[in-house]
Design a protein around this ligand. Structure first.
Ligand code: UDX
Length: 439
């Protein structure tokens, strides 16, 4: 079986490379010649641990190649994955123009049966639109060629994407015909350690599963963030509460960490898109609407604490900020809480010196224009003479820093921790003033 992946962004590149790793021959297409050139020269255009080595290995083995030539890529794969972007429209619904353009390009070039797989996160009902787009193009060509449309949502976590793909909790495959079901089940055999992992279902259920899973995870986070704010007022410690709750197996420990809000390319976008889909179909998702609202407010939580300590006007103040990426192990700045934190500090007149081990370059691109924001090359260098340290992303390297150096570098020993990284009692013993989330 040969495979084509359309869209060599984050999801497409991980998908194509991991499929090649198990022995398939894979062609990755992108319309952006710059991206393809980087890949053809042995580089990768994104940061993801382990991916670059895996790309090199599979290219060298002759199982993976990259192209901008649509005719070639359509001819290549029996299965054609669509893994292009679905950026949010103004109203929050997913913009399908790239997905549909990819589908049409397949239809324009195909000469025999193709399985077309939606890998991009697309709203319920998209497979029907993809099917219609392909049928229309084929009709325009006067061609009568069979094809199937499949939904196969991705559940990759940035920073852990390779492991997620190679050892998935589950593979969800939405199919409406036998021929495609058989092909897709065979395609995912190498990733199956036991039978239950591959869940075959109808296309619409598969499409909804992806949104349902992300919406549930976002709900847990917003729920915990609100509870953390309450715990603070009530004199409780949310970290103790979290452990107490998580020990109930019906609740579990995952995704109960309060912080400065969720970010990234999925949760904010998917929550908005699901609310919008519901609206278009006559439903109001009240819980999810509140989840989003709570998250917007939470992103300002750390600044509120700074304001409570220093006053509304922060001019003349300078803050060190550790962590810019929306979470550790990625350089992704999409919807990162740090952007809201920095903007709000700057709006109030403060200067910010930020450090991130990986995302600085990306941060410069998206926030470079903010007055008063500068970037430090090392974590301790950011601290010199700052009024306080703010922690926004929980990189491992921040877990056990040299607190003596922090104390000596800052104007005063003062930490605002948006990720609850340290033991409050111990830090206070060390002479620090420590503000965290929900404790
Ligand atoms: C998420 C889903 O986990 C993944 O299954 C889906 O395919 C894409 O979206 P990702 O966006 O890469 O993956 O990051 P994830 O690790 O889920 O974190 C999302 C955001 O939630 C981050 O900003 C993170 O800091 C925040 N988060 C996560 C919390 O604030 N608390 C938690 O307990 C967990």
């Amino acid at each position: 079986m040969k495979i084509t992946v359309i869209g060599s962004g984050y999801v497409g590149l991980v998908t194509g490379t991991c499929l090649a790793e198990t022995g398939y021959h894979v062609c990755c297409l992108d319309v952006d010649p710059r991206k393809i050139e980087i890949l053809q020269n042995g580089g990768i255009p994104i940061f993801e641990p382990g991916l670059e080595d895996m790309v090199k290995r599979n290219v060298a083995a002759g199982r993976l190649h990259f192209t901008t030539d649509v005719a070639e890529s359509v001819a290549f794969g029996d299965v054609q994955f669509i893994a292009v972007g679905t950026p949010p429209d103004e109203d929050g619904s997913a913009d399908l123009q790239y997905v549909l353009a990819a589908a049409r390009s397949i239809a324009r070039h195909m000469t025999d049966y193709r399985v077309v797989v939606d890998k991009s996160t697309v709203p319920v009902g998209t497979a029907d639109k993809v099917r219609a787009a392909i049928a229309e193009e084929l009709a325009a060509r006067g061609a009568d060629i069979p094809f199937s449309v499949v939904s196969n949502p991705e559940f990759l976590k940035e920073g852990a994407a390779i492991d997620d793909f190679m050892r998935p909790d589950r593979v969800v495959i939405g199919v409406d015909d036998e021929r495609a079901a058989e092909i897709m089940a065979r395609l995912y055999k190498p990733f199956q350690r036991n039978h239950e992992r591959v869940l075959l279902m109808d296309v619409r259920s598969a499409e909804l599963t992806k949104y349902a899973a992300n919406a549930m995870l976002a709900t847990r986070i917003s729920f915990m963030n609100e509870l953390a704010n309450l715990a603070e007022t009530m004199g409780a410690d949310i970290e103790q509460v979290r452990l107490g709750m998580g020990s109930d197996p019906r609740i579990g420990y995952h995704f109960l960490y309060p912080g400065v809000g969720y970010g990234g390319s999925c949760f904010p976008k998917d929550v908005k898109a699901l609310v919008q889909t519901a609206k278009e179909n006559g439903h109001t998702l009240r819980v999810l609407t509140a989840v989003e609202k709570a998250n917007e407010v939470q992103k300002l939580r750390l600044v509120e604490k700074v304001v409570a300590r220093f006053g509304e006007d922060l001019s003349g103040r300078r803050f060190a900020l550790w962590g810019l990426a929306f979470k550790p192990n990625t350089d992704d700045m999409r919807e990162a809480p740090s952007r809201v934190v920095v903007e709000e500090l700057a709006r109030r007149g403060a200067k910010v010196t930020a450090f991130d081990p990986v995302a600085t370059h990306e941060a410069q691109r998206v926030m470079g224009g903010i007055a008063g924001l500068s970037f430090a090359d090392d974590m301790m260098g950011a601290l010199d003479g700052a009024d306080a340290l703010l922690i926004v992303t929980e990189w491992k390297m921040f877990r056990a820093p040299d607190f003596n150096r922090i104390r000596n570098s800052l104007k005063q020993p003062l930490i605002f921790d948006g990720r609850n990284m340290y033991d409050p009692a111990w830090l206070r013993e060390q002479g620090f003033e420590y503000h965290a989330i929900g404790r």
